[in-house]
Write a protein that binds this ligand. Structure first.
Ligand code: TPP
Ligand code: MG
Length: 344
């Protein structure tokens, strides 16, 4: 039956139907994983703060799909999707959110500071824009060693108003570092709309002055992101030079766990949220799979149930995991202090 349905939009040549299904399932996993986060947070299972990526899944998924095993990436505190798209174990990611010893940062980082060095994921960062200079350093390291890896650097629109980001973009172009700067423009920095905070709201245009190629792309469509990401990462790897890409996207939920609907009503309308929800990247990818005969309704349901099951297992694993032992408190922590015995 499947073969009778014509493929309406040609898939990029590097994207087999199987791979597309894999990426679709990655987005499902991210969504289900994060749907478990707010309830768990409200039950007091997580310390620190917590931000979800719901609505933006196509961005991390579409870019990270093109990373080689030896490539690097850094991102902001809105990092669950990036870690999962990179292949970090969902159970260990959830354990990190729960502050457990089995977490990817031994429970000491929490939601905002995921890390997976084996996969070249050098961290989520809580300082807005803080990952941008770090990515330039990573890119410089790659150049210095004569490698052909790339570093993907994900950050929000708010980071474009942070001074060191501009110093870093300038240096990146001067040193021709192989970094892809991926500005996830979800239109708000907390409650501040982009056109309120940026004199030039087109961020790709703003970045053009730094002497690197720039592009603005749609971020709600997995195939669209995948296509551009492939070209851009190839360009950066082979030229090499940095590239700035502004990805137009939207977060369906509040800025962070404390940004409730009453608060959101102060800065955005229900109609606006609804407009973007209609462009849900998971729904549109599912529609594409169905319309092109690449999946059946029952397969979609099965994958959805499996992703939910994985998310529930992650919660159960995190719940059952131990707290870090007391002697871990000062281990791996950046300090030049001698830690006195009595502090353990
Ligand atoms: C240097 C710095 N200033 C302020 C903050 C407080 N803060 C946390 S998130 C945020 C908004 C950032 O928005 P954006 O970069 O668009 O990312 P998004 O949350 O939309 O993904 C701000 C101002 C911070 N963490 N770091
Ligand atoms: Mg933003």
């Amino acid at each position: 039956m499947k073969a009778e349905v014509p493929v309406q939009k040609a898939l990029p040549s590097s994207l087999t139907p199987q791979r597309l299904v894999e990426l679709y399932r990655t987005m499902l996993l991210i969504r289900h994983f994060e749907e478990q986060c707010a309830p768990a947070y409200r039950q007091g299972k997580m310390g620190g703060y917590m931000h979800v990526y719901i609505g933006q899944e196509a961005v991390a998924t579409g870019f990270i799909a093109h990373m080689r095993d030896d490539d690097y990436m850094v991102c902001s505190y809105r990092d669950h999707g990036h870690a999962l798209a990179r292949g970090s174990d969902p159970r260990r990611v959830m354990a990190e959110l729960f502050g457990r010893y089995t977490g990817v940062a031994k429970g000491k980082g929490g939601s905002m500071h995921l890390v997976d060095v084996e996969r070249g994921f050098l961290g989520g960062y809580g300082i807005v824009g803080g990952m941008v200079p770090l990515a330039v350093g990573v890119g410089y390291g790659i150049r210095y060693r004569g490698g052909d890896q790339v570093c993907l650097c994900f950050f929000g629109d708010g980071a474009m108003n942070i001074g060191p980001v501009h110093e870093a973009l300038n240096m990146a172009a001067i040193y021709k570092v192989p970094v892809v700067f991926i500005c996830e423009n979800n239109r708000y920095a907390m409650a501040t709309p982009i056109d309120f905070a940026s004199a030039v709201p087109n961020l790709a245009e703003r970045a053009r002055q730094y002497g690197m190629p720039t592009r603005q792309i749609e971020g709600m469509d997995l195939l669209e992101v995948y296509r551009h990401a492939e070209e851009i990462i190839h360009h950066v790897r082979t030229t090499p030079e940095p590239f700035f890409v502004e990805v137009l996207t939207y977060r369906f939920e509040g800025h962070g766990i404390a940004d409730n609907p009453t608060n959101q009503a102060l800065y955005r309308t229900k109609e606006e949220v609804e407009y973007w929800r209609q462009r849900d990247p998971i729904v549109s990818a599912a529609r594409f799979l169905l319309e092109n005969g690449l999946a059946t309704e029952s397969e979609l349901l099965e994958w959805d149930a499996e992703a939910k099951q994985q998310a529930l297992e992650a919660v159960a694993y995190a719940d059952a995991s131990p707290e870090p032992p007391l002697e871990e408190l000062y281990r791996d922590v950046y300090t030049d202090m001698e830690v006195p015995e009595w502090r353990y």
